[in-house]
Design a protein around this ligand. Structure first.
Ligand code: UGA
Length: 431
């Protein structure tokens, strides 16, 4: 099929590349000319394992191309995926001006039947606006369908998630749209959930909110574990073996970050309020997540007594391993709080150094590896569970630190072993 992908952010780029790899002819369009120029030179602006190779391969096969001319991309395609950003506004609601602009360009350049698919995470009922806009500005307003096809891929495993999804959700209001989308996803041989458009839009909100709720739930349990003196990892294991609960996303720690959960929660809270059903449970999920960051600071303070002039070595800055993304990363928030309390920060992350430098400038010291970040430190605080932080030479570490103190913000170390090796150790909810 001939596809146009509008917006070459995370979702757009991965979606376009994977659809090309499945044999479709894909044009990815973006009004950011510089980005398009980079992409046309095989220079991928995001860090995502395997993506660069896949882009290169499909460009060589002439199945994937990039353009700054959105109009041309629209004209050439039968199916158009809207993948533009929907950033949060001051009040938490999603800013949909990008979606509106694209809808107008599509309307003005529709010279044949088009299936227009929302892939960006958008508030339920956005499709109505897209449809009205296309009807208003379209020259050929009879010849189009709208569909919603939310994306569930995760950063760092995006290609694997796209190619082997648990399910594909499509929201449609015509048989033709359903048929086209079924055909497009057929090669993935997965369960396809077909519903109406509002249902599909809501599935995305509900899915991310539920996952965030799981994380905050286990973080709340971790606080109880600390108070009674037991280990949250064992509790998570014990409840997670029940398939109705499931162990995944029960990792207690310093909280969730990234470009999705915090933003999507805010947007969903905003939508539900507007709809007259304030979803207060989700406000609690947010509150627990905020409290986890403060908890990290107070655990460090409890181990070091006073923070002014103490040196804290930070291991991991990205919001999760295998990405360079620091958007809403708990680490950045915690670092700001530690600096405000008078501590000095040395930090290392295998991928996110550049992005952190752009965010924090010279307020912290940037180090070349885990041991460098720990040198002369009064405490090492693990923020992101990169594999390389799991393979530590503890004696070497102890010899470079000023005091052998560890905050394990992702519960990856064994508390007993750490204590046996002479470290003062605190995890999150480990008693
Ligand atoms: C999330 C969803 O998992 C995807 O399904 C969805 O498509 C995506 O948002 C999106 O809406 O675009 P992502 O933000 O890439 O994906 O990352 P996750 O792997 O979900 O992790 C999010 C945060 O939760 C990270 O900060 C991670 O450290 C934290 N987390 C995750 C925990 O604190 N504990 C856990 O047990 C799991």
């Amino acid at each position: 099929m001939k596809l146009a992908i509008i917006g070459t952010g995370y979702v757009g780029l991965v979606t376009g590349t994977c659809f090309a790899d499945l044999g479709n002819e894909v044009v990815c369009a973006d009004n950011d000319e510089k980005k398009i120029e980079s992409l046309n030179n095989d220079d991928i602006p995001i860090y995502e394992p395997g993506l660069e190779e896949l882009v290169r391969k499909n460009r060589r096969n002439n199945r994937l191309s990039f353009t700054a001319d959105i109009k041309e991309a629209v004209k050439a395609a039968e199916v158009i995926f809207i993948c533009v950003g929907t950033p949060p506004r001051e009040d938490g609601s999603a800013d949909l001006t990008g979606i509106e602009k694209v809808s107008r360009v599509i309307a003005e350049n529709m010279d044949s039947y088009k299936l227009i698919v929302e892939k960006s995470t958008v508030p339920v009922e956005t499709n109505r606006w897209v449809k009205d806009t296309i009807n208003m500005f379209g020259k050929n307003s009879n010849k189009f369908d709208i569909a919603s096809n939310p994306e569930f891929l995760r950063e760092s495993t995006a290609i694997e998630d796209f190619m082997n999804p648990d399910r594909v959700v499509i929201g449609v209001e015509s048989e033709k749209a359903e048929k086209i989308l079924r055909e497009l996803y057929e090669p993935l041989r997965t369960k396809i959930v077909v519903t109406n458009i509002k249902g599909a839009e809501l599935i995305k909100h509900a899915s991310n909110s539920f996952l965030a709720t799981k994380i905050s739930f286990i973080n709340a349990i971790s606080n109880i574990c600390d108070k009674v003196g037991t280990d949250v990892n064992a509790v998570a294991e014990g409840i997670g073996l029940d398939p109705r609960i499931n162990r995944r996303f029960l990792g207690a720690g310093i909280g969730f970050g990234g470009s999705c959960f915090p933003k999507d929660l805010k947007a969903f809270i905003h939508i539900s309020e507007r709809l007259g059903y304030p979803f207060d449970m989700l406000k609690e999920v947010q509150k627990i997540n905020e409290m986890q960051k403060e908890l990290a600071v107070s655990k460090i303070t409890d181990m070091l007594w006073n923070l002014p002039d103490k040196i804290i070595g930070i291991w991991g800055l990205a919001f999760k391993p295998n990405t360079d993304d620091i958007r809403s990363a708990p680490s950045i928030d915690i670092i700001r709080r530690l600096i405000a309390a008078g501590a000095k920060i040395k930090a290392f992350d295998p991928a996110a150094m550049e992005k952190t430098r752009a965010e924090l400038g010279d307020r912290i010291i940037y180090c070349k590896d885990a041991y460098d970040a720990a040198r002369d430190a009064d405490c090492v605080a693990l923020m992101t569970e990169w594999n390389e932080f799991k393979e530590i030479d503890w004696q070497r570490l102890k010899s470079v630190m000023r005091q052998p103190v560890i905050l394990d913000g992702r519960n990856i170390y064994d508390p007993e072993k750490m204590k046996d090796m002479g470290f003062r150790y605190a995890g999150i909810g480990r008693g």
